[in-house]
Design a protein around this ligand. Structure first.
Ligand code: ADE
Ligand code: ZN
Length: 338
């Protein structure tokens, strides 16, 4: 395992499923609350950490939306994003495709410009400071209406040259992809990439809807597509990437034990699965920690780990030339770990 951990650390990787608001560490939450004089229902760091104990997605989301209420200024979003990118540098993550939830902020009265300006300034600085490249994906909250999503898309209009795609997140059950058919069609017409959380808690039918109706370019999570053989074959034949998040799945009880996690099965089926942290401050680990714990739990091999690192680039929205550069680097590192 030590050798595998050294390989995990050394491999260049991309992260394709990360909610910036989910990288808000308990210490930062306390810090921003104090800096901005925001009341939070926690007295101590221990109180915050004790609240991070979830039995399903909704349980988590309630805390997640409460947590992000301490973010008020561009500087807060900049600092949050920069702290995440420092973790990326430490984990040798060379490219990120990060989500943010504008409606989580505009709903509580912030202008659209506050989160996006803070996030973009940190992402641009990281490209210079750490050499980490990025794409920014704006998610629509699926528990809100499609009209609200359209309003958010309109607010994003002045920034569309800086936003690479749209996604769909928040409470999955009861909010199928078809609810957002029109706004995804409009986003597609604007040239944006399309992704959606599907099959995290929702049934295979939601994955079908994401493919057939939203026509997404990438599936976030996708665990429950494994319940349907025809869907497995379709996703494999279409070379669709799955952004899988094992420690998230464990925290939100999508799996009861990491040993039951389907990551190995996905790879063995020939699906293009990738390893991601989702909301690392809430789920106990960033990218390398997801690799390490999953490798141990489901016996990933050296080749599985190399495949996952390669998938993170081939599944990214980077150009094929840029992907090729990273793949060459992976081969070089892998050669030192035979
Ligand atoms: N928002 C942040 N993390 C999420 C997840 N794992 N599923 C759905 N929405 C989310
Ligand atoms: Zn997610």
């Amino acid at each position: 395992m030590t050798d595998l951990n050294a390989l995990i650390a050394a491999l260049p990787k991309a992260e394709l499923h990360l909610h910036l608001e989910g990288s808000l560490e308990p210490e930062q939450l306390m810090h921003f609350a104090e800096r901005n004089q925001v009341d939070i229902p926690f007295e101590t760091l221990e109180d915050v950490k004790a609240a991070y104990n979830f039995s399903n997605l909704q349980d988590f989301l309630d805390i997640y939306y409460q947590g992000m209420s301490v973010l008020l200024t561009e500087a807060d979003f900049h600092d949050l994003t920069d702290a995440y990118l420092q973790r990326c540098q430490a984990d040798n993550v060379r490219h990120v495709e990060v989500f943010f939830d504008p409606q989580g902020h505009t709903e509580r009265g912030l202008p659209f410009s506050t989160p996006i300006n803070g996030i973009l300034s940190a992402l641009d600085a990281a490209e210079r400071k750490y050499g980490i490249t990025y794409k920014l994906i704006m998610c629509f909250l699926r528990h809100l209406s499609e009209a609200d999503a359209f309003e958010t898309l309109a607010q994003a209009d002045p920034y569309l040259d800086r936003i690479h795609g749209v996604g769909l997140d928040s409470s999955e059950l009861g909010h199928p992809p078809s609810k957002f058919a029109k706004v995804f069609a409009t986003a597609r017409e604007k040239g944006l990439k399309l992704v959606a959380h599907a099959g995290e808690e929702g049934p295979p039918e939601y994955v079908y809807e994401a493919l057939d109706i939203l026509q997404i370019d990438r599936i976030d999570h996708g665990n429950r597509l494994l319940e349907d053989d025809a869907l497995i074959a379709r996703v494999r034949e279409a070379d669709l990437t799955l952004t899988v998040c094992p420690l998230s799945n464990l925290s939100l009880c999508v799996v009861d034990d990491l040993k039951d996690h389907p990551m190995k099965k996905m790879l063995d089926l020939g699906l293009r699965a990738t390893m991601n942290s989702d909301d690392p401050a809430y789920f106990g680990g960033y990218v390398n920690e997801n690799y390490r714990q999953t490798a141990m739990a489901v016996n990933l091999t050296r080749d599985d780990i190399i495949t996952l690192a390669k998938n993170s680039f081939t599944g990214s929205f980077l150009s094929t030339d840029d992907q090729a550069e990273h793949l060459k680097e992976i081969d070089k590192v892998a050669a030192a770990f035979v």
